[in-house]
Design a protein around this ligand. Sequence first.
Ligand code: MN
Length: 475
Amino acid sequence: MDKLYFIPGSQDLYGDECLKQVAKDCEEMANFLNEKLKDIVTVELLPTVVDSAACIANCRKATMDDDCVGVITWMHTFSPAKMWIKGLQDLRKPLLHLHTQANEKLPYDEIDMDFMNLNQAAHGDREYGFILARMGIAHEVVAGYYKNEKVVEKIRDFARVARAIGYSRKLKVACFGNNMREVAVTDGDRVESQIRYGWETNYYGIGDLVDCINASTDAEIDAMMEEYKSKYTMATDNIEAVREQAKYEVGLKKFLKKNEIGAFIDTFQDLHGLKQLPGVAVQDLMTEGIGFGPEGDYKISALSAVLMKMAEGKEGATGFIEDYTYDLTEGEELELASHMLEVPPAFAATKPEIQVHPLGIGGKEDPARLVFDGVTGDGIQVTLVDMGTHFRIICADIELVKQPKPMPKLPVARIMYRHKPNFEIGTAAWCYAGGAHHSVVSTALTRKDIAMFAKLTGTELIVIGDDTKDADVTR
Ligand code: MN
């Protein structure tokens, strides 16, 4: 189970009585937070930091513990921050500075110097904040009484982001084929993305995957077909084409499992040995949190897996999508986002239909795919591009809307959305930022989640939304 360590700070100048009370209060806080976060992570209290050695021991424990995805720190009393320097240098996990107090209200009638010395986060957390700033350590600050609902919600958000970063650090991405020929934005520095995000992105021969696919038994394919029939509406007579996809999924699953892979790419330009471009197979795999990037887009494959992990347990849909075409009716502009086939069923507002249609690209047999209309609601669109010197995340607020009219001749799943603050500024800002045509759309996550992820991974972030003004895109 993923966990957060709670490391409180104090010192020994106030005497044993004070430290006993600190330990007692911290235990109560840790129990409270554990209760509030237990669906995401467990919270475990470590000994109060009273000197440099205690801090080093705690931080090393957090760094070395594979189950630990992050650390919460809080200064109950004043905790001289030079004691924190060497420990923090050894801490390699996402860090939350919780700026709070054990007590909510000031006991005006009772307060004396002992109380003030014991409960001085206002003082101690500033000393601690200085050393984090001075050392340039990326961290999140949450301020307020720790039992307040808003504060708890922010700590929960941190836990989700920290858990996603932990997942990212362990993520393996399989490339079946390479980046689509001549395409720029989907490519990137795989060495740098492993250094920054942990993604082990490696190439596998499509022939080895085909061997694995061809080893699928009829019984395995039958079972997968039953699963399709229970989840989706079979809206085709071409059952053979659907069985072909079921076979792909059986083989893909085995291959991914054997190699402990959480995300993968394919490309329609390298399907040697496959009769169809994987459609239903990929779409169904995405429902299990497997990341996917088409046309060799390893960055969006990994990012989609990480953001699906971040959104786990939250209401809403999260998945890969491609910017495709617009309705440019003035003042009512909308975007139709989709892909050749591989739209995640998470976006389905209607029960997905399995349909078989020709694909106007790639020269393969007609592939089976899931077709549906998209969900509605406020969301974000997130992409990751390689600027040569660094990675950049672009996050735009969008509003997913119902498609104004049916599209009976469009044989792919789709979502539609409105840009913010409007089409003119929102899409111009995206273009200026170098935003890709592949992205992850989520109605579960918010800009704040992405901002936290960007900050904690040291990634440049550009945000677009109602607060983006014309002046921001006048370059
Ligand atoms: Mn594409």
